[in-house]
Design a protein around this ligand. Structure first.
Ligand SMILES: [Zn+2]
Length: 452
């Protein structure tokens, strides 16, 4: 939890007079609304090598004038620390070499000038150390102000039930082909929509396991590595029964819930039912943010403890044990990043602040109402031959009850494995997104890559 929020919660705790209650809740929700509002970002400045920006040296800062009334300011210490010359940054390992703590206090440039290669800075030092920073890199990393550097490949499409008309799908043969284009398409689908089907998969555990490994290491858990199971309660979890399961995310009881979940129905005999339910948690969150801002704030700020304790040999709880809120945010970027929700696995809400108990139950009821609304639910009957991979940090899944015998297989893949694979595929198929010149590409990767 972020410190401002923490302070505001403390403030609530100190002023628990009944008459102050409503005001405090309002203060609380306004403040959090502000925190989670999309941070205002300026459009990225126009820039052409034909007209280089002008540079102004200030006290401990360098000001770059991109165009009239659009400037970025960078602190000298920040720039010096981010020098990427071969003495300061290892071009192969992409690790910092400069000793940040040996830079002189109050470090200043001797001179700074604009060149087609970028901002060139010469520093006061025995060796007149020189740094060059590409313009695009300075724009992407400008912090005063921040620019809107969102790229096409980064867009997310929120969806409701109408996704059923055209759900994202790729072909198994495409995904398995050596050139990795199909794999890129598959993971780009997952990035944009939070899930994607793969059709034409041989209905065997072997082929499904191979498909999973296309993305990265399979994550081993108490359910095994690659799982292949029937409704026999082999593990103490409702997933191993024939009961209906409401929309939930998996592993709310882990500190780090699995990133992707892949599953494939291999057979269903002697019975019917067992439709799969998918719900876009980001879409539901967007509706609640707009229509019920107070509920949104509570869903974002109230940590929920959880447990997996159906097996005598293990008890899983997240760390910290007070758990995580339903809606997790990247506070610095002002973005929703993670949905965690499984009401069945929720533990005792003993950390909840007494002033918000009823409001929080109202907030999760609102959440539940949207999760189960026809505008948000996407029901689909899976069949042998079609696997589905879902982003477990965004899309909730469930199923209707069934009878007969189902055989299901699948795997978990960590969120970092998935992000890493997608990032390398973008680098391969979308090199223009990382605009730097070829001399910056060392060992296949630019030293100015935006992830570094
Ligand atoms: Zn250097």
């Amino acid at each position: 939890m972020n410190s401002r929020l923490f302070r505001s919660l403390g403030y609530i705790a100190r002023t628990r007079r009944a008459d102050a209650h409503t005001t405090q809740i309002r203060r609380f929700s306004c403040e959090t609304k502000h925190l989670y509002a999309h941070e205002h970002r300026n459009p990225i400045p126009k820039f052409s090598p034909a007209q280089l920006p002008s540079i102004k040296l200030q006290d401990a800062q360098i000001e770059i004038n991109w165009e009239t009334n659009v400037q970025s300011k960078f602190h000298s210490i920040w720039l010096r620390d981010h020098c990427r010359c071969p003495q300061c940054f290892h071009p192969i390992t992409k690790q910092r070499l400069v000793n940040t703590f040996q830079l002189p206090p109050g470090i200043k440039p001797v001179s700074a000038q604009a060149s087609p290669q970028g901002l060139e800075v010469t520093w006061f030092s025995a060796d007149s150390h020189k740094s060059v920073y590409p313009w695009t890199w300075l724009q992407q990393n400008s912090y005063d102000p921040k620019f809107d550097v969102g790229q096409d490949h980064d867009k997310k499409s929120l969806w409701g039930s109408s996704i059923q008309k055209n759900p994202p799908t790729v072909e198994y043969n495409e995904v398995m082909s050596n050139d990795e284009k199909g794999l890129y398409k598959w993971l780009s689908n997952v990035h944009e929509h939070g899930f994607s089907f793969v059709s034409g998969v041989p209905a065997t555990p072997e082929a499904t396991e191979e498909l999973s490994q296309r993305i990265g290491f399979i994550r081993e858990t108490q359910y095994g590595q690659f799982w292949d199971f029937t409704s026999d309660l082999a593990k103490g979890d409702t997933a191993y029964t024939t009961l209906a399961l409401g929309a939930h995310t998996d592993n709310t009881y882990f500190t780090d819930p699995c990133g992707l979940q892949l599953f494939h129905l291999l057979s269903h005999t002697e019975g019917t039912g067992g439709e799969t339910l998918l719900v876009d948690g980001f879409y539901v969150a967007s509706l609640i943010k707009e229509r019920h801002p107070k509920a949104y704030a509570l869903l974002s700020n109230t940590p929920i403890p959880a447990h997996a304790a159906g097996e005598p040999t293990s008890i899983y709880c997240p760390s910290p044990s007070s758990g995580y809120p339903v809606l997790g945010h990247d506070i610095a970027a002002g973005k929703l990043t993670t949905v965690r929700w499984n009401n069945d696995d929720r533990s005792v809400m003993k950390h909840i602040h007494p002033d918000v108990v009823e409001e929080w139950y109202d907030a999760i009821s609102t959440w539940y109402k949207y999760l189960t609304s026809p505008e948000c639910e996407y029901w689909v009957q899976l069949n042998p031959g079609t696997a589905v991979v879902i982003d477990n940090h965004r899309v909730l899944h469930g199923r209707s009850a069934f009878n007969g015998k189902r055989r299901m297989c699948g795997a978990y893949i960590g969120i970092d494995e998935y992000h890493s694979k997608l990032a390398t595929l973008r680098e391969k198929f979308n090199p223009n997104a990382y605009a730097t010149t070829s001399e910056h590409i060392i060992n296949g990767r630019s030293i100015w890559h935006p992830s570094l």
